[in-house]
Ligand binder design. Structure first.
Ligand code: 5GP
Length: 197
């Protein structure tokens, strides 16, 4: 965890390879904790069949790059040829911010955000077989699945270098509980820092 002088709010960054189940875990976590505010990313990739309309703000490249140029992103990165970016967070007061982003984005957040406590967690799939099954279940083509797996291996290697916690998604409830405990511990540390300063 990277401490800062400001007590609140936290930023929880969840990264991990495609097929780790980040989206599901994060949705569950945010549903059960009203103090968490999930950022909605912008992306230039097209919506998958059956994907929620509000999974992202889906935009074209022109709109994405215009926002990037105007300084409207906290971080942004290219993943398999598509742009993904986190708009400057606009969380209601008293809320902790949750970002579900790739490891490039996580590193940018760690470099740029100096006035908040950031907790970085890496979600890993229980096995490569499970990861592949999840990726194929999304309806992506075989070549795309292969590219995601190769990228995922890199993400794990890079992510392990800076993550504060590594959470294995072998059981959804357990993984969500573990993340909730990580958030609770970070809040306690924040509160005790605030109380002693
Ligand atoms: P997907 O296309 O599977 O939804 O996402 C591909 C990758 O982009 C995932 O690792 C996801 O976490 C990441 N991602 C989603 N939103 C953002 C974002 O705003 N910024 C960055 N850097 N990565 C993101």
């Amino acid at each position: 965890m990277r401490p800062s002088s400001a007590p609140d709010p936290l930023i929880l960054v969840l990264s991990g390879p495609g097929g780790a189940g980040k989206g599901t875990v994060i949705r569950r976590l945010v549903e059960r904790d009203p103090r968490l505010w999930l950022s909605r990313s912008w992306t230039t990739r097209t919506r998958r069949p059956g994907e929620d309309e509000d999974a992202y703000t889906f935009v074209d490249r022109e709109a994405f790059l215009a926002r990037a140029k105007a300084g409207g992103f906290l971080e942004w990165a290219t993943v398999l040829g598509e742009y993904y970016g986190t708009p400057i967070p606009d969380a209601p007061p008293g809320h902790d911010v949750v970002l579900e982003i790739d490891v490039q984005g996580a590193q940018q957040v760690l470099e740029r955000v100096v006035d908040r406590t950031i907790v970085c967690a890496l979600l890993v799939p229980p096995s490569q077989a499970e990861q592949e099954a999840r990726l194929r279940g999304r309806g992506d083509g075989e070549a795309h699945v292969e590219r995601r797996l190769a990228l995922g291996a890199q993400e794990l290697e890079v992510g392990k270098r800076f993550a504060d916690a590594i959470v294995v998604n072998d059981d959804l409830d357990r993984a969500v509980n573990e993340l909730a405990a990580i958030v609770a511990a970070a809040r306690e540390r924040e509160a005790s820092c605030g109380a002693s300063s």
